[in-house]
Design a protein around this ligand. Sequence first.
Ligand code: GLA
Length: 366
Amino acid sequence: MSAHVFWAPGRVNLIGEFTDLVGGPVLPAALDLGVRIEAVAADEIDLCSHELGGRAHLTADGSSPGDEAEGWARYVAAVAAELALLGRPAVGLEGEISSNLPIGTGLSSSAALEVAVGVALCSVAGFSLEPLELAQAARRAEHRAVGVPCGILDQAASLLGRAGDAVLLDTGSLAYEYVPLPEGIALLIVDSGVSRRLESSGYAVRQEEVGRALAAFAERDPREITPAEIDAYEAKGTLDPIAARRLRHVVSEGERVHEVVRLLREPSAANLRRLSEVFAEGHESVRRDWEASTPELDHLVELAQENGALAARMTGGGFGGSIVALAWAGEAEGLADSVLSAYEGHDDAQAKAYVCRASDGARQIS
Ligand code: GLA
């Protein structure tokens, strides 16, 4: 029997950072970097991986036959267990996982793995789910595997991606639409070399803090809360300063997502100048109000701006990881070289750059 091939991309978020924790809008694009599985249907799940190292060997419903799953096998087990709860017949999968997606750089390597495993397990069992149902199962798998209370951004982007487009997703209603990236624009991602792991980062703490702020607003829809109200609540002492800052970030960030969408849809010279400002405001808001940037990310954003990026900001879960810059396709490699050589002169960390295209989402290739 010839093996099937499955693919799930990583993602870069253009703007709308941490807004999925409060049901706000996000604007990611799927990348041309991702996770590939070559496998056949089998009695058990038995997947090995040269790049990731090790093996996931489990019963077809995700329960481990012997010891508890470890490392990346935890994600495989968690996806299988979530799909079993949705009624997937217990058909196993035997094969090899490979990945060209750097791990721990804020490009959603774990979501890409979850989604690739999910697509493959559904296919061999003849079990079909809508993309956003699978995204939600993969998100629950992330919680189950490593206890990270992430939002839906990463898994949804991996499934919904479309070549040439960003995806505007309302993480509250799960309504989405595609936003074409202007012709000739490339996505430059620069990894700061400071690896991040959501498990050990302040991600969960931030979620609690913004939850506290929303509770003070009696769980009102964050889209209806104005910056002036946040100031007033803080002045009255109804909101502590930390909770106020976290809420200020998600409220202002939601507005920036919609402004970026308007600017990308009409990319005149004036609008591209404004795009640069909005990205800079978004970065500053993550740094000052959400407090999830790092000196290395701040430095990379400055270097990208100084060296001709159309727009630049941190991207992903913060506390390390990568920046995203928009650049004219013909200039992206040169921009990457300039940023890397200036950064290496000043920072100890080893940075890496990736020039990417917005790409199609997860699917069975053969
Ligand atoms: C991580 C999480 C996402 C999202 C981003 C920040 O990638 O997995 O759900 O919260 O951080 O925007």
